[in-house]
Design a protein around this ligand. Structure first.
Ligand SMILES: Cc1cc2nc3c(=O)[nH]c(=O)nc-3n(C[C@H](O)[C@H](O)[C@H](O)COP(=O)(O)OP(=O)(O)OC[C@H]3O[C@@H](n4cnc5c(N)ncnc54)[C@H](O)[C@@H]3O)c2cc1C
Length: 326
């Protein structure tokens, strides 16, 4: 691994992180992406369905969007480290230490930076001047699972739910949002023997709600036993769980990021900067409206432009300081 100080280390190669990195690269800076998965694209790489919401990519599935993301990263020559999970980020603010690190990396003369970040992942550590958290979200697991895996309890959307063989199966769906209803209808279309939805409250759009018979929707408290595959004592062949998503911030506690009540990272609207100077949060991990591929990519651009401004300010300060006064 090269011993350099990157302008920005971006945690996550989904639409948000990739967009930020590509913009930074074309703006003339040196970004690096680190991602825990084996391929780029984030959640979109797990979506086998057509993404009709992205008006620049009609007809493409989420998986195909992920392939385009890879092409964009390759074209912009953005280095990407895959199968590497960031587990700590250290903020170095001691002026002496920052100066020493910059001079060791021959960057002292081009930089007036006050702070550096050391990003730790899988036994390695790299330095950067900015950090961008683009780590997305993970599905919420029901507490009944107690962190165990059950073959016929499927949590969240992706290949596992898309390619499951529903024909002649009794299906229970837990959750009251759009995802729960869409997947219930999907299982029904794929030949399920019966489909029941269990929801404490229904929040799904009317069009999804109206697509099912009322007797299929059970509202109020319910008892789920994952071992016995029963809900309220009724036996099923498969149980799908859609309890929404939560921000993925494992390993990033050391940054001390301020989050919303629901656990999403708070950011400045105009810059995507967090409460920690030099750290940005973009895409689904941040507390933004309407999370999707397009808004995640837009966030990436916002952060890249804000970082550009700061980097250019720092080098302008160095140039001014080096002009001899008359
Ligand atoms: C089945 C499905 C269908 C969808 N359909 C659509 C659709 O039609 N249209 C649409 O716009 N959106 C859709 N979405 C949502 C869309 O995929 C997300 O909004 C988008 O991917 C969010 O981008 P992101 O970059 O913020 O995060 P993500 O795509 O979640 O990427 C985050 C990345 O960060 C990595 N990461 C997390 N923590 C670490 C760490 N500590 N170290 C290293 N790497 C880390 C993860 O491995 C992941 O690759 C769908 C999602 C799913 C699951």
């Amino acid at each position: 691994m090269r011993s350099v100080i990157y302008d920005a280390i971006i945690i996550g190669a989904g639409p948000a992180g990739a967009s930020c990195a590509v913009w930074l690269a074309y703006l003339g800076f040196s970004p690096l992406i680190i991602d825990a998965s084996e391929r780029v694209g984030g959640l979109s790489a797990h979506n086998p369905f057509e993404d009709a919401w992205n008006v620049t990519a009609p007809g493409l599935t989420g998986e195909e969007v992920a392939v385009q993301i890879k092409r964009s990263l390759d074209a912009a020559r953005v280095p990407v480290l895959l199968k590497m999970r960031v587990n700590r980020v250290e903020i170095i603010e001691d002026a002496q230490q920052v100066r020493e690190l910059l001079s060791r990396h021959s960057q002292a003369e081009v930089s007036n930076c006050q702070r550096l970040f050391r990003v730790f992942f899988d036994g390695h550590a790299l330095l950067s001047r900015f950090v961008v958290v683009a780590s997305g979200v993970t599905p919420r697991f029901p507490q009944e699972l107690a962190e165990k895996k059950y073959e016929h309890v499927l949590v969240g959307s992706g290949h596992h739910t898309a390619y499951y063989e529903y024909a002649n199966k009794k299906v229970a769906v837990l959750g009251g949002g759009d995802n729960a209803f869409e997947n219930a209808i999907y299982a029904q279309k794929r030949g399920a023997l019966s489909v029941d939805i269990y929801a404490r409250h229904v929040r799904a759009q009317k069009k999804w709600f109206d697509s099912l018979e009322q007797k299929q929707v059970h509202t109020g408290e319910y008892l789920f036993d994952p071992q016995a595959l029963t809900v309220n004592g009724r036996k099923y062949d498969v149980v799908l769980v859609f309890y929404g998503y939560q921000a993925q911030l494992n390993g990033l506690d050391s940054l001390g990021l301020a989050c919303s009540e629901k656990g999403y990272v708070n950011t400045e609207v105009l810059t995507a900067e967090t409460n920690v100077s030099g750290v940005y949060a973009i895409g689904e991990v941040s507390n933004r409206h309407h999370p999707c591929i397009v808004t995640s990519m837009a966030d990436g651009v916002v952060a890249a432009k804000a970082i550009q401004k700061k980097l250019e300010q720092e080098s302008a300060e160095v140039e001014t300081a080096s002009v001899p006064s008359c």
